[in-house]
Design a protein around this ligand. Structure first.
Ligand SMILES: Cc1cc2nc3c(=O)[nH]c(=O)nc-3n(C[C@H](O)[C@H](O)[C@H](O)COP(=O)(O)OP(=O)(O)OC[C@H]3O[C@@H](n4cnc5c(N)ncnc54)[C@H](O)[C@@H]3O)c2cc1C
Length: 469
């Protein structure tokens, strides 16, 4: 069977860079195309809707997904406290003055000012632009660990969070039926690799969910659960002061999590986790939360990228050495003008946080409008406000503008802060209702359908042979 190449359709043409065969075009307003409808893309589009005069420019937002994911809530989705749909903000209904295109950007032609994309039906198309913003975010930073790709699940997308919740519930359901002690131990062993805020929040929620479920399953004992957090550096969440790092480790240990510092996973072939401290054990669920790198699309553009695959970007958020190209968020290496310069390092760069992404988007909106009107550009400068992290039920850590909090106050602050940051009132209301239900003990612990759905992680032991007749 032969397959035809995907047809190429032009969504709409621009007045510059025409090929000789192009038909004549009517003049149109300048077009700003934004790749990525995450923290940067959604904030930017909303700002432009407010700042642009009618007919001053057309804004087109391209995202592979029809909704924006509020990633700071992924741990609570994995923990079953928040319904997955409630952390996804639909782009089309939220952005009424922006043209939203659901499609995956595949290449950029800066000379002709064209963006190539693939639509959900597989057809290829091109979109001409006057100004292009690249904000496709980041992906998990993988390492050459044997067995990693086959055995571990990432933790950056909504699908990852749902998969992790399903994996925990499935493994516990299977373990309750396993007759073989070794299989049972592997099913009840969970490893999270990476002790940044992503890994810490994920392991805390995973442990809470596993304990809450194990308590309800006859034939399972909470003491059988083994939950490990493996971190290569000497402290968890290094962005926090050491005292809060120590508090975090102590709270995780209290809840039964083993925290291993200065330890690396060296192999996970066949589901056997090997650590640099010599420990070796079977674990059916491994979560890889060991940092992020720029979306691979960025390196494919041929534009300058740093060693982490992020576009090298000036403080004005223009891509280095390129015209009509802008970048922000996790996929951009933006100089951090507010950070103290250390003598050993080069210029400090902004970290991959929603805090920077949202604020960069606001500066970007201002600079794009200034560009259209022939005004001057401003530089991005933001003093890090600090961080907040949830450590499971009623516990958290926070450092906000130098003030340190821990325990219940930090947990409350974490919730209030993220609820306030969550786009749209509709989503905030749904999340608040989910929290209320979880506080009343109504967390949904329904395991996915194993018979028809299969196992939610990469390793798939034969389910039927393990269930006693
Ligand atoms: C689990 C987790 C917890 C976090 N918690 C916090 C926190 O508590 N506080 C904090 O400040 N930060 C947190 N972060 C980091 C924060 O979420 C990111 O810094 C932020 O999302 C970056 O925004 P962005 O717009 O650059 O990327 P994103 O928000 O990831 O958006 C990128 C968008 O681009 C789209 N896209 C990707 N590729 C393409 C393509 N080829 N074509 C079209 N569209 C594409 C994606 O679908 C996505 O919608 C967390 C991250 C994770 C993973």
């Amino acid at each position: 069977m032969t397959s035809n190449p995907a047809p190429d359709r032009t969504l709409r043409s621009a007045p510059r860079g025409p090929s000789p065969s192009d038909p004549p075009r009517a003049p149109r307003a300048p077009r700003i195309v934004v790749v990525g409808g995450g923290f940067v893309g959604l904030t930017l589009a909303r700002r432009l809707e407010r700042r642009l005069r009618r007919g001053e420019a057309e804004v087109v937002l391209v995202d592979a997904s029809p909704s924006m994911t509020y990633q700071p809530f992924l741990a609570e989705v994995a923990g079953g406290r928040i319904e997955a749909r409630h952390v996804a903000v639909p782009l089309r209904t939220t952005l009424r003055g922006t043209r939203v295109v659901t499609g995956r950007a595949t290449a950029v032609n800066p000379d002709r000012r064209r963006l190539h994309l693939t639509l959900p039906d597989g057809t290829g198309t091109v979109l001409d632009y006057d100004e292009l913003v690249l904000a496709p975010g980041s992906v998990s930073r993988m390492q050459p660990v044997p067995g990693l790709a086959e055995h571990a699940v990432g933790f950056t997308t909504l699908a990852d969070a749902v998969r992790l919740r399903d994996a925990v519930l499935t493994r516990l359901a299977l373990a309750a039926d396993y007759a073989d002690a070794e299989r049972r131990r592997a099913a009840l062993t969970f490893v999270v690799v990476g002790g940044g805020y992503t890994g810490v929040e994920a392991v805390a929620e995973l442990q809470d969910l596993a304990r809450a479920t194990a308590r309800r399953y006859p034939g399972l004992d909470v003491a059988e659960l083994r939950v490990e957090l493996v971190e290569a550096e000497g402290e968890v969440m290094p962005e926090l002061p050491p005292a809060l790092g120590a508090y975090t480790r102590a709270r995780l240990a209290d809840s039964g999590i083993t925290v291993r510092l200065r330890t690396q996973v060296t192999s996970m072939v066949g589901g056997v986790v090997e650590l640099s401290d010599g420990e070796r054990f079977r674990a059916d669920t491994v979560v890889w939360a060991a940092g992020v790198r720029g979306n691979p699309l960025l390196a494919r553009t041929g534009l300058p990228v740093d060693p982490r695959g992020r576009l090298r970007t000036r403080a004005t958020l223009q891509v280095d050495g390129a015209e009509h190209l802008w970048a922000a968020g996790d996929g951009a290496a933006v100089p951090d003008l507010a950070a103290a310069r250390r003598p050993d390092d080069g210029a400090p760069m902004c970290g991959a946080t929603a805090q920077h992404a949202v604020r960069q988007a606001r500066v970007l909106a201002r600079n794009l409008v200034a560009t259209l009107r022939g005004g001057g550009l401003v530089e991005y400068r933001h003093r890090d406000a600090g961080s907040v992290a949830g450590l499971g039920s009623h516990r958290g850590v926070a450092r906000i503008y130098g003030v340190r909090l821990r325990g219940l106050p930090a947990w409350l602050l974490h919730r209030v802060y993220h609820l306030a940051m969550m786009p749209t009132w509709g989503r905030r209301e749904r999340i608040a209702l989910d929290w209320a239900a979880a506080l009343l003990g109504r967390r949904d612990l329904t395991a996915p359908d194993l018979v028809r759905g299969g196992l939610p992680t990469a390793s798939r032991p034969d389910v039927r042979s393990e269930v006693p007749a």
